[in-house]
Design a protein around this ligand. Structure first.
Ligand SMILES: *Cc1c(COP(=O)(O)O)cnc(C)c1O
Length: 394
């Protein structure tokens, strides 16, 4: 592959990506690819998408000079404030885009899977705003753990369908959503929540998220940062901010979840410590054993708790276009407190991983200018952090 901006005709980024899907979905995926390609050059579609980003989501999100954190860590830090978007994270950029595309394709129903409920809420929000019917598959165990997000989705008019098969968590919800889509593809669009899944999803989600990096490029003006840093679960917020800077000679660093520590085996670092395989329709780095059985991922933050990663990141890693590091649960919680106290911004635990990496690398980053994608706000994580915390006063 010579062109780094597009996957090849079979949806591959180098050795990664592709379309590993049941026969019944192959036609639907081809139709989706074509519909997206048409929509993405249609001025009417683009103006509606950008109008919604502006007036509904609240874009552009600010690029904020974090002076007190900068002073504390000895580098210049600029925060891309995706936490200020409607619904509190970057996920809405994608669900609005895919929701509009579904409507354009004449599909009246959308489905989604959700783990902690963040993608489910973003999908339910887009569905309500666009007048689409919405059903979200969610593991029964996750529904108990994340009851507030279940109620949110219901308030937005979405039906949340409990999944009791398997362990009753995200992986099982993905399987159920896939099963639904195989039987309902005539009337239904499946909104995948990150740059993962069979072609064209990784490409399409990247295109809907790259508005983050495009805005940063505008907001920086003549200023040239040394690094751009973002957390990586499936990889959509990182891809969104990295992509417009791919050939700019700026170091791009993705931060994965080291969970309880890489040696413990309980982590979510698919790029750093996984091996190539096929997961959820694409060839990518994933956590698996010698027999190809998928390993459960572990992270304190639900959004990074995924055993795979977007195939384009796998390609970036192998070709040296970006590099990937990891920080532990403990380091992320420390950074969660640090940003809250120094800047008055309570970050999502996912986003705290990016800050934690800066904190750990402070000596080697001294004097540099760093843009961090603050992918979401941390209100959702406050209870979890309180339960964990041994810090006085909490
Ligand atoms: C879901 C989520 C993530 C992880 O997903 P990516 O696709 O890797 O961006 C990161 N941050 C927040 C706030 C999230 O909600």
């Amino acid at each position: 592959m010579t062109d780094i901006t597009m996957p090849d005709r079979s949806g591959r980024f180098g050795d990664f990506g592709g379309r590993y899907a049941p026969e019944t979905l192959m036609t639907a995926l081809a139709e989706l690819e074509e519909a997206f390609a048409e929509a993405w050059v249609d001025p009417l579609f683009l103006s509606e998408y950008h109008r919604l980003l502006r007036e509904f989501v609240g874009r552009p999100s600010p690029l904020y000079e974090a002076n007190r954190l900068s002073e504390h860590l000895g580098m210049r830090i600029l925060l891309k404030r995706e936490d200020l978007n409607h619904t509190g994270a970057h996920k809405i950029n994608n669900t609005i885009g895919q929701g509009l595309l579904a409507r354009r394709m004449g599909k009246e129903r959308i489905i989604a899977e959700t783990g902690a409920g963040q993608h489910g809420v973003a999908s339910a929000t887009a569905a309500a705003a666009l007048g689409l019917e919405c059903q979200v598959y969610m593991g029964a165990k996750d529904m108990e753990r994340q009851s507030l997000n279940v109620v949110r989705m219901q308030l937005l008019g979405t039906e949340v369908i409990p999944v009791t098969s398997g362990a009753g968590t995200l992986k099982d919800a993905v399987s159920e959503a896939m099963r639904d889509w195989v039987g309902s593809v005539e009337t239904t669009h499946y909104i995948i929540g990150s740059v993962v899944g069979p072609h064209p999803f990784p490409l399409m989600v990247r295109e809907f998220q790259k508005v983050i990096g495009e805005e940063v490029a505008d907001q920086l003006g003549d200023l040239r940062p040394d690094l751009i840093v973002a957390c990586v679960g499936g990889g959509s917020n990182a891809m969104g901010i990295f992509f417009p800077f791919l050939e700019a000679g700026i170091e791009l660093v993705g931060v994965e979840a080291a969970g309880e520590g890489i040696e413990s085996g309980k982590h979510g670092a698919s790029l750093g410590h996984g091996t190539p395989g096929v997961l959820h329709g694409a060839r990518t780095y994933m956590l698996q054993d010698d027999q190809g059985q998928v390993h459960e991922a572990h992270s304190i933050s639900a959004g990074l708790d995924y055993p795979g990663v977007g195939p384009e990141h796998a390609y970036f890693q192998d070709s040296g276009l970006a590099r990937y590091e990891s920080v532990s649960d403990t380091e992320a919680v420390e950074a969660f407190h640090l940003l809250s106290r120094t800047e008055g911004i309570i970050p999502a635990l996912e986003s705290a991983h990016a800050i934690a990496w800066l904190q750990r690398e402070a000596a080697s980053l001294a004097g540099k200018t760093v843009v961090v994608n603050l992918s979401g706000r941390g209100d959702k994580d406050v209870q979890q952090v309180i339960n964990l915390s041994t810090e006085p006063g909490l």
